[in-house]
Ligand binder design. Sequence first.
Ligand SMILES: C[S@@+](CC[C@H](N)C(=O)[O-])C[C@H]1O[C@@H](n2cnc3c(N)ncnc32)[C@H](O)[C@@H]1O
Length: 269
Amino acid sequence: MSTDDAPTFHDVDSSSDEGRAAALAALDVQAQLPPIQRLHAWLIEQLDPLPGMHVMDVGCGTGEDVRGLAVSVAPTGTATGVDPSETMLAEARRRGEAARNPARYVRGSADQLPADDASLDLVRSERVLQHLTDPVAAVEEMARVLRPGGRIGLIDTDWRTLATWPGDPYLTTAWREDWAGVPSPAAGAQLLDLVLGHGFTDARVTTEVLMLRPRVLDRPPVSFVLERAAARAEAAGESDAWRQSLEESAARGSFVFAVTLYGVVATRG
Ligand SMILES: C[S@@+](CC[C@H](N)C(=O)[O-])C[C@H]1O[C@@H](n2cnc3c(N)ncnc32)[C@H](O)[C@@H]1O
């Protein structure tokens, strides 16, 4: 896969066919990872969705989480997944229909949510703020649609914590310059500040380290920055040996990639 085909979550629909397929596949893989599943379990326990509640998942992707919420708030509540991507919404609707799940899916953006002021009990948003240039405006909008006493639940990555072994200087520099190519790479660590800055109280926080051991280097997320790292290695005349050492490390299972994710839940004052 070339970097052109890598998932660009800030605008999935403008990716190539391969890029859109990769974005959908990446979400399915990530949903299976134990640290992500632990964050999901923590968030849902803290949010405590109950029958009759009106809830929203902002940047719902393929809708796995909003379908879970829909079951919890049934039969009288409503669960809405919001996403700007028709690719994501079409897949979410397809899966929802197959599962006969009552969640509904609406096209929209975090900075202009399709809900009235103070009309929702719970809002969640996972690994979305990092893809936005203005996460502050998005949290302000989530605060607008929540009723007083309603709860917000956010999960995001702090890409600044990314560490790899081998401690390859080209790869490490490329990561540090690129921060996974997202506009708000520190979103995870920023979550507490975002909610406390918008009148939320009783903020709770947790973290998980997501550790991957990629066996091949041509798939996201490593492939995102490998091209840039390769250009640096080539300029230093070390291209072949460099690439070989990384591939050997990956093939032996000693290539590690670790990054911290944060979860925050808080109550609308
Ligand atoms: C990494 S995916 C996470 C999807 C889902 N929350 C999950 O955890 O599986 C990021 C999602 O944010 C969506 N997104 C991008 N820009 C957005 C915006 N301005 N408002 C809301 N969602 C957005 C993307 O279309 C994509 O579905």
